[in-house]
Design a protein around this ligand. Structure first.
Ligand code: AMP
Length: 206
């Protein structure tokens, strides 16, 4: 089973994708995580992508498509859960030539809730665990004790710009996949366990 997670940046998509992928035995493929790793490792792709990412803009399709095709060449027998890809019509059309998609989960949440979540997000600089200043006061990671950092793209101006880009470029994919009867909406403000349970039920029912 191959699944796409759609939802605006800050909808909790990454955290939820990781959980659901583990429970359903799917390979979690996050283009945002892959790009951040390239930036961290100072690769040629990372250097090209960084400027776009810091401004909240989409990285050019050609770079993303090369990266994702290389990732798809690995064996993922149980299927994949795509998080952050496709991001526009061009990417969706390219994807349709590479693999069949069985379900699309659309995580629904309002812009102001997203802004609030993003500016309070802190990520462990060492192991990547995501925390929120709303539930976690300390500057240390609960998983490994390393320092928590604010991602450069988690500021209000960037988040609103990313939301605008999402509405303009990615949200039309809801109709694109909706026309194929693949989309299920999920309220992304539900408590995290409840939301994961709901998504697993939807995926299990395919
Ligand atoms: P994310 O963690 O999915 O929010 O991605 C972080 C940033 O990486 C985005 O704001 C984009 O700059 C870039 N990015 C991630 N996935 C894609 C994609 N499929 N196409 C273009 N840019 C992407």
């Amino acid at each position: 089973m191959n699944v796409i997670f759609l939802g605006p940046p800050g909808s909790g998509k990454g955290t939820m994708a990781e959980r659901v992928a583990e429970r359903c035995g799917l390979a979690h493929i996050s283009t945002g995580d892959m790009l951040r790793e390239h930036v961290k490792q100072n690769t040629e792709l990372g250097n090209k992508a960084k400027g776009y990412m810091d401004k909240g803009e989409l990285v050019p399709d050609a770079l993303i498509l090369d990266m994702i095709k290389e990732r798809f060449s690995k064996e993922d027998a149980g299927g994949v859960l795509l998080d952050g890809f496709p991001r526009n019509r061009k990417q969706a059309e390219e994807l349709s030539g590479i693999m069949e998609i069985h379900k699309v989960i659309d995580l629904v949440v309002e812009e102001d809730v997203i802004v609030d979540r993003a500016v309070s997000r802190r990520v462990c600089g060492s192991c990547g665990t995501v925390h929120s200043t709303k539930t976690h006061n300390s500057k240390e990671c609960t998983a490994c004790g390393a320092d928590l950092v604010t991602r450069p793209d988690d500021n209000e101006k960037t988040v609103r710009e990313r939301y605008r880009i999402y509405e303009e470029q990615t949200a039309p994919l809801i109709d694109y996949y909706g026309a194929k009867g693949l989309v299920r909406n999920v309220d992304a403000t539900l408590p995290i366990d409840e939301e994961a349970e709901l998504i697993c039920t939807i995926l299990g029912g395919q």
